[in-house]
Each structure stands twice: as structure tokens, then as C-alpha cells.
Design a protein around this ligand. Structure first.
Ligand code: GDP
Ligand code: ZN
Length: 461
């Protein structure tokens, strides 16, 4: 495949002092070579692969030194894209790195699309489908944690896990094959059944574990849908504003504000929240109020997290109690706001209503209690053993669908073995599971199963 040479700023995450402009393609070394002036007249086109060179970039139009750089030259196919790759390390400032990029573009490279280096790596067979998809997630990732998930996947964590499961299935299938070939040995059959059940159950549990992470993964990527509810005037809008102001608002390409529900994206201690304030509507006229209540109910049903706001300086009302009923069974944090004012609320009653839910008191006016609230949100999300970073999250909907199908077919296999169904039927279920898992990492050619069985286990008929 003949592809043009692309370039982009590709500074590693979190680095500041140095920036990198990366080129990839047939012309990468030549283009960089036109700009580079090394010590003692060294030419980039002459250097060995995987070497790094100190020098300057010269602007061909002015013939003046534009930048002081270190240039890495890496010839394909031993590169990320399998193409020739040049990385120009320059000073980290925005001006500097943009100037380098501009020089490179003027010298004949094309600006890369987002994810294009990875797309090439995939096209050139360097990475599998799930890794390529991870990069697209990475580009969309809204918080550090979401980014770590995507990074982990890109490094092939998910692929390795899936490959391991497929290997288990393959080995099991090899045993089944032996059983089919030598049906006269009773103990072989005995063993095969035992082994089949054990292996299939193991695979099932691993798939289940992966699926359990999918909710977390989705949340990390799309934000925890968080609804602020409460009577008029308790401080819902103020809460939304505080959370937005205290935290880095997340830039998103999803349209923010709908007509009757206000939406904001914020990053609270690594947890991306999609905040919805259902307020406003009910504070106006009757008809609008009714529409608002309908809409609010709908929004409530779809929420991952409820922030229920009460007024410290007012008695609890029937409406407050109704809101508690409406959010029963959901993840709720109860916020008693306006503690700067004299208390009127019955806190014991609030504690009764709140049951196991976390209760936080705030004065949004005086900026008190927001920290505690944020801690409560983070604790809810990252409860127990779930630690982002060292987990393989599944967040891609195609992967989730395939995992669900795999789960079905492995369960079918287990049911069949247990029911004493002929083993070659079970073999079909297992093969199906193997194929479905393979689709996640983009490799599932039916014939290759047979090939692998032979090459790996030398069943040699
Ligand atoms: P919403 O109707 O629930 O959205 O409530 P708002 O956020 O619009 O707040 C209603 C009023 O209460 C506004 O005048 C706010 O300034 C005020 N308010 C919000 N939080 C506090 C607080 O902690 N203490 C006091 N004293 N007033 C507050
Ligand atoms: Zn409001």
C-alpha cells in the first residue's frame, strides 16, 4: 500500500518541556532531511535506522535557523506504523512546536487526521482492531482515567486477555478432537467432560468479569449521568455552578444545553459527570411545569447518580418526601444546603429518609462542603476494589455486543455438556465462542481454527 507522508504534533501525555512532531510515510526521512542541518553536515538520509541526531531545522525560505532539535530516524517496518517514521523533538512551547509542524508541512508532509497514525498501524498490520478502536476512544477521552483505560487497551491489554481466553478454548477443542478420534477409551471421555466443564466455566467467568467492567468503561467515556433534583429554590442551580466552577469543565462535542434541562460536563476527581439540572422549569408557569415534571421524571430514570438537594433553612415538605420516593433504589447523595442560615429542617428525619445514602451538608453561598461532596461522588464511583488504571475496562459497544454473544455461546456449551449432548455439538458452541472473541480483536477466519489446531497441537491425522 502506498500512502502519503503525514505529520502531527504528538507530544506524550503530560509532558511539558519537550514537544514532538512526528512524521510517517515513504517520504518522512526525505522531508525531514530537507530541513535538518546536523553537526558536521550529517544527512538524515544517510543515517542508520533507530538513531537520534542533534542539529537545527533551517527554514528553506529564509535559510535561517528556526529551531534547535533532536531528530529520531526510524525506518519501517520496525516502527509503530510500519512505515518510515521521523520524530522531531523540539522545545515544548506552543509557538516552537507549531513552527516545526509548519516547516514540515511546507516541506511536503500532510497534516494527519486524528488517529491517522494508528489507522496506518492497523492498515499495515501493526496493531489489531481493538487497539485501533482504543485510539479513537483516546482521542475522545474526557478525563485522565478515561484516557488510562483507552491507553491500556491500546497497549493491547484487552487483546492479550481475549487471546488468552481463545487459547484456552483452542486447547480444550484439541482435547475434544482427541476424544472424537478415540471414542473407545471411556476414561478419555470421562476426562474430556470434566475438562470441558472446567474450561468452559473458566472462560464464562472471565467474559462475565469483562462485561462487568463495561458499565464503568462507558461511564468513563461518556460521563456519569448525574441529575440534580430538589424543590424550587433549594440551590440546585447554585450546586451546578459550584461544581462547574470548582472543576475543569469538560469540552465536549455533544450539544450542551437542551431547552428545559441544563447540561454541563465536569471532571470531579477523575470522575466525568454529565450534570443535569432539571430546575428552572418548575419555577415558572403551570403548563411548562407539567412538561418539566414529565421530562424530569424521564431524566431521573436514566440517571446514574442523583444529587438530591434539601433546604437546611426550611421545613421538610411533602414534596421533599416525594422526591425521596422517586429516587428509591438509585445511587443518591443527599445534600442539605444553606447551612449558613438558621436551621429549620429536621435532620433526624432527613437521616431516616436518606437511609444508607451519603449525606452531605453545604453552604453553597459560603463555599462550604463542596470538597466533602466531591469526595462522596468519587467514593461512590470508585467504590471498593475498583481502581482505574490497572483494570481492563471494556467500553466499546461493539466489544460489549460481541462479549455478550460469546457469553451466550459458552453458556450454551456448558448446558450441553451437562445435559450429555454429543461432544461434537459442544465443539460447535466452543468454536463459535472462539470466533466471536476473535472478532473483538479483528481476527476470525473460520479456517484458521483448523490450521491452528494442527499447527499448535500436531494432532496430525
Ligand atoms: P434552585 O431553584 O434549586 O435552582 O435554587 P438556586 O440555586 O437558584 O438558589 C435559590 C436561591 O438560594 C438563590 O438566591 C441562591 O443565591 C440562594 N442560595 C443557594 N445556596 C445557598 C446557600 O448555601 N446559602 C444561602 N443563604 N443561600 C443560598
Ligand atoms: Zn434554579
Amino acid at each position: 500500500m502506498q500512502l502519503d507522508t503525514i505529520a502531527a504534533i504528538s507530544t506524550p501525555m503530560g509532558e511539558g518541556a519537550i514537544a514532538i512532531v512526528r512524521l510517517s510515510g515513504e517520504q518522512a526521512i526525505e522531508i525531514a532531511g530537507r530541513l535538518f542541518q546536523g553537526v558536521g553536515g550529517k544527512k538524515l538520509t544517510d543515517v542508520a535506522s533507530h538513531t537520534i541526531h542533534y542539529g537545527h531545522l533551517i527554514d528553506p525560505r529564509t535559510e535561517e535557523v528556526a529551531e534547535e532539535v533532536m531528530v529520531s530516524v526510524m525506518k519501517g517496518p520496525k516502527t509503530f506504523t510500519k512505515e518510515d517514521v521521523v520524530e522531531i523533538n523540539c522545545h515544548g512551547g506552543l509557538v516552537s512546536v507549531n513552527r516545526v509542524l509548519q516547516l514540515v508541512l511546507n516541506a511536503g508532509a500532510r497534516l494527519a487526521d486524528p488517529g491517522e497514525f494508528t489507522k496506518r498501524a492497523f492498515l499495515n498490520g501493526r496493531i489489531d482492531l481493538s487497539q485501533a478502536e482504543a485510539v479513537m476512544d483516546l482521542i475522545r477521552a474526557k478525563t485522565d482515567r478515561a484516557m488510562n483505560v483507552a491507553l491500556g487497551q491500546m497497549e493491547g491489554r484487552l487483546s492479550r486477555l481475549i487471546s488468552r481466553l481463545r487459547q484456552e478454548i483452542l486447547e480444550t477443542l484439541a482435547h475434544v478432537e482427541v476424544n472424537i478420534d478415540y471414542p473407545e477409551y471411556d476414561d478419555v471421555e470421562e476426562m474430556t467432560h470434566q475438562l470441558l466443564i472446567e474450561k468452559a466455566q473458566y472462560v464464562r467467568e472471565e467474559i462475565k468479569k469483562l462485561l462487568q467492567t463495561s458499565q464503568q468503561g462507558k461511564i468513563l467515556r461518556e460521563g456519569l449521568s448525574t441529575v440534580i433534583v430538589g424543590r424550587p429554590n433549594v440551590g440546585k442551580s447554585s450546586l451546578l455552578n459550584s461544581l462547574v466552577h470548582e472543576n475543569k469543565a469538560i469540552v465536549t462535542d455533544i450539544p450542551g444545553t437542551t431547552r428545559d434541562v441544563i447540561e454541563e460536563y465536569v471532571n470531579v476527581r477523575g470522575v466525568p459527570l454529565r450534570l443535569l439540572d432539571t430546575a428552572g422549569i418548575r419555577e415558572t408557569e403551570d403548563i411548562v411545569e407539567r412538561i418539566g415534571v414529565e421530562r424530569s421524571r424521564q431524566v431521573l430514570k436514566e440517571a446514574d447518580l442523583i444529587l438530591l438537594v434539601l433546604n437546611y433553612a426550611d421545613d421538610l415538605t411533602v414534596e421533599d418526601e416525594n422526591i425521596f420516593k422517586a429516587v428509591e433504589g438509585m445511587d443518591v447523595i443527599v445534600i442539605v444546603n444553606k447551612t449558613d442560615l438558621p436551621q429549620k429542617i429536621d435532620l433526624d428525619r432527613v437521616k431516616d429518609l436518606a437511609k444508607d445514602h451519603k449525606l452531605v451538608t453545604t453552604s453553597l453561598l459560603e463555599d462550604v462542603g463542596i470538597d466533602e461532596l466531591e469526595e462522596a461522588i468519587a467514593a461512590l464511583f470508585f467504590a471498593g476494589s475498583i481502581e482505574a488504571g490497572d483494570m481492563t475496562y471494556v467500553s466499546n459497544s461493539r466489544h460489549i455486543a460481541l462479549l455478550n454473544q460469546s457469553l451466550n455461546s459458552i453458556e450454551e456449551a456448558i448446558t450441553n455438556v451437562q445435559a450429555g449432548v454429543p461432544i461434537d455439538i459442544v465443539q460447535i458452541d466452543l468454536t463459535r465462542t472462539w470466533e466471536l472473541l476473535g472478532e473483538i480483536i479483528g481476527e476470525s477466519v473460520h479456517e484458521s481454527l483448523i490450521d491452528q489446531l494442527f499447527s499448535q497441537f500436531c494432532l496430525g491425522k
